[in-house]
Design a protein around this ligand. Structure first.
Ligand code: PAF
Length: 284
């Protein structure tokens, strides 16, 4: 496995692999790798012949007062994980390489970034899409792999790639969960043992939503009320939003129809946690 610290070195390694006819897979990450990232890498290893992982804590997707400075950066552990998982190249640029001068060019996906996390994290998605566009230009992969856990991010990036005719495929892999249902996240590191227990209510609230849809309930307000009361069982949980939206447009709907995305964001101690499920409400 190679560690490419510069844009030039990752470009030349990918060029050499492509010259040998290899299909290039890419897993963009901010490091602090966990079993969710490993699942993305495994999917990339399975589908591609040459796998690049980037580790870059992207400053432009963090708002003022968010956890940019304290975001975990266990690089040595991350490199071990990548080596074990069969990664070919880990790309570890510095902020000054990725943003060499004042950034005047931004990629902004409209509408899809207005709802859910977009209402609470101003300019977050602009930072995500801009850095993904830069990384896709640098790595030039055939396929990039994202997790369903960041459901809105996956939809927004997919749309950017389609709208800008970028020559790559986006594959979205299922959310990886602990045995108690808590979605695996780098930010779970901020939780105490009690908060980890409380955090299991997040997935339980999403399961409640699915159960209600299964039972034929289509009134989204009614479902959200039940989800809110379940989450309120833990005083430590401060709900940021509970939304049930169309899975393609991310628009809220009073009466559920077709494929929906039920999403929750909460604050728990110093952590902000998100989770979501996709449900086909027509099936029920
Ligand atoms: O999901 C993440 O870890 C980040 O948002 C990403 C896609 C690596 C962009 O910085």
């Amino acid at each position: 496995m190679e560690v490419a610290k510069t844009i030039e070195s990752v470009r030349s390694l990918v060029k050499a692999a492509r010259g040998k006819g290899k299909k290039v897979g890419f897993v963009p990450t901010m490091g602090a790798l966990h079993i969710g990232h490993i699942a993305l890498i495994e999917a990339a290893v399975k589908k591609c012949d040459f796998v690049v992982v980037s580790i870059f804590v992207n400053p432009t997707q963090f708002g003022p007062g968010e956890d940019f400075k304290k975001y975990p950066r266990p690089l040595d552990d991350d490199l071990k994980i990548c080596r074990r998982a069969g990664v070919d190249v880990v790309f570890t640029p510095t902020p000054s390489q990725m943003y060499a001068r004042e950034n005047l060019t931004w990629v902004n996906v409209e509408k899809l970034t207005d709802s859910l996390c977009g209402q609470f994290r101003m300019e977050h998605f602009r930072g995500v899409t801009t850095v993904c566009a830069k990384l896709f230009n640098i790595v030039a992969p055939d396929i990039a792999f994202f997790g369903q856990k960041d459901g809105q991010q996956a939809i927004v990036v997919k749309r950017m790639v389609a709208d800008l005719n970028m020559p790559l495929e986006i594959v979205i892999c299922p959310t990886v969960r602990h045995s108690d249902g808590l979605a695996v996240s780098s930010r779970n590191k901020y939780l105490t043992e009690q908060q980890k227990k409380d955090a299991t209510l997040i997935y339980k609230s999403l399961q409640k939503c699915e159960e209600m849809i299964d039972a034929g309930i289509t009134d989204s307000e009614k479902i959200i009320t039940e989800m809110r009361s379940l989450l309120s069982r833990a005083q430590s949980i401060k709900i940021e939003y509970i939304s049930i939206v169309d899975a393609e447009t991310l628009q809220e709907m009073d009466r559920l129809k077709g494929k929906i995305l039920a999403a929750v964001a909460v604050k728990l101690g110093t952590a902000r946690l998100i989770d979501n499920i996709l449900v086909d409400s027509n099936k029920h």
